[in-house]
Ligand binder design. Structure first.
Ligand SMILES: Nc1ncnc2c1ncn2[C@@H]1O[C@H](COP(=O)(O)OP(=O)(O)O)[C@@H](O)[C@H]1O
Ligand SMILES: [Mg+2]
Length: 389
């Protein structure tokens, strides 16, 4: 899939130049740490010196495997978890600062949350659900009714106001959850894996809906997921999180095409890995032969023993008579509609064949057992020192 490139990270929409006060929603997390103690008595760093800024109108995705600290970071921003040290600001307001000891309670933070499967109250109507955060903040009845009606109308779910969540569709529930998060109107929305419990087809639709809403309302969001495709589709920028740390922060294109480490490269998208040795600038000797890569790629490696990481789209089948091709055998083939995928076992003289995945045009599917010749484009592959693996 193609990473999205849209305008949400446009610096002209940054909150830093605007007037301070209401409407200022730039989130700034600095040097945040949070340690938990395990039942066994040992301590464990769930957030390890994390700094991250989210500009106004941006949707920043925290992407990482389960247990890497994503939820803990969101809960710290929301005020549901008190960090050990660091600071959290929203616009010109300090939400948390370990130096001054300031800890704002959750209801004073102007932070909306959208949880897994939306967590709407089943016994409350749509209107009551959306009014809930306003009630928590002590907003009076008349003002509450006005703001709830206003946000429901904007989200085109005004006719659902008196329904209960159990009686409306998944897409409508998502709108209600978003309305509840947006109703306070002046902060940031935190999403914690809202789509992880819905099936794949609905998930794709709801993802598009979130994108459309973000475009229409321009809200600022910090969005947690472990699903790299979801991250690519939604993010203005992705923060790749591992073991409580931010390993890379960049646009979807950055983290996909220019990952800072083998770990990040493996986590974002599918990766074919070939062990090898740099023998000249831009040339790596591997079990399947010499690979030509960009000279800059081998220059960046810190030692001669490397892993060449290629994406399925870096490979193609060679035309008859085309030179510099590697030979192999198709072991699996899948027609995926707009593209095809082949699993190929590349011949490795004197060693086991090396399997890799090749993605290409949907036409020309090769059957398993077919002998093929494959070519690698020189400008895609990444080279990492093997000891960094
Ligand atoms: N209240 C807590 N007490 C002890 N350990 C916790 C607590 N909350 C989270 N953890 C631990 O912190 C780590 C990060 O958890 P979490 O932020 O929920 O990860 P993620 O959302 O990325 O899956 C996990 O190892 C988890 O077990
Ligand atoms: Mg979590």
């Amino acid at each position: 899939m193609q990473p999205r490139s849209m305008v949400f990270s446009d610096s002209t929409r940054s909150g830093t130049g605007g007037p301070a006060g209401v409407g200022e929603t730039t989130l700034s997390v600095a040097r945040l740490n949070k340690t938990f103690s395990r039942a066994t008595g040992e301590t464990f760093k769930a957030i390890d010196d994390v700094s991250i800024d989210v500009k106004k109108g941006e949707l920043v995705v925290l992407l990482g495997p389960s247990g890497c600290g994503k939820t803990t970071l969101l809960r710290a921003v929301a005020g549901l978890e008190t960090p050990d040290s660091g600071s959290i600001r929203l616009g010109d307001r300090v939400l948390f600062d370990s130096v001054t000891g300031l800890v704002l309670p959750p209801e004073a933070r102007h932070v909306g949350m959208v949880f897994q499967s939306y967590a709407l109250w089943p016994h409350m109507t749509v209107a009551q659900n959306v009014a809930y955060p306003l009630r928590m903040r002590g907003v009076g009845r008349a003002e509450r009714d006005r703001r709830v009606a206003d946000i429901l109308a904007k989200m085109r779910i005004g006719d659902l106001a008196q329904q209960h969540p159990g009686r409306i569709s998944g897409g409508q529930q998502q709108r209600v959850a978003l309305a509840r998060a947006l109703v306070c109107g002046d902060g940031i929305i935190l999403f914690d894996e809202p789509l992880s419990n819905v099936d794949a087809k609905v998930r794709e639709l709801l993802r598009l809906e979130i994108l459309a809403m973000q475009r229409d309302f321009g809200f600022t969001a910090l969005y947690v997921t472990h699903d790299q495709e979801e991250a690519m589709a939604l993010a203005s920028r992705i923060a790749v999180v591992g073991r409580g740390r931010i390993e890379q922060l960049g646009t979807p294109e950055d983290v996909y095409a220019r990952p800072v480490s083998l770990g990040v490269a493996r986590f974002i998208g599918s990766a074919n890995e070939l062990a090898g040795r740099i023998v000249a600038p831009g040339v790596v000797e591997t079990a399947v032969g010499r690979l030509s890569v960009a000279p800059a790629a081998t220059e960046a490696a810190t030692g001669p023993e490397v892993i060449v990481l290629t994406r399925p789209e870096h490979w193609r089948f060679a035309a008859d008579g085309e030179a510099d091709a590697m030979t192999g055998t198709v072991v699996g083939a899948a027609f995926l509609g707009s593209v095809s995928e082949h699993v190929v076992a590349l011949d490795a003289p004197g060693a086991e064949p090396v399997t890799l995945v090749i993605r290409g045009p949907a036409t020309g599917l090769r059957r398993p057992g077919t002998n093929v010749r494959c070519r690698l484009s020189a400008d895609g592959p990444l080279v990492f020192a093997r000891d960094a693996a």
